[in-house]
Design a protein. Structure first.
Length: 42
């Protein structure tokens, strides 16, 4: 139980970093590139 409390306290402010997934960033970048390419073509 003590280790769980320590881990929780250490990672409490790091949620944004810990849940940021590379695959989601990659998908978002691909969609953004497609939108940019479409708007540049018109």
């Amino acid at each position: 139980m003590e280790k769980l409390v320590q881990f929780t306290l250490l990672t409490r402010d790091q949620a944004g970093y810990l849940v940021d997934l590379y695959s989601e960033r990659k998908e978002t970048a691909e969609v953004l590139m497609k939108c940019v390419n479409l708007s540049a073509a018109t």
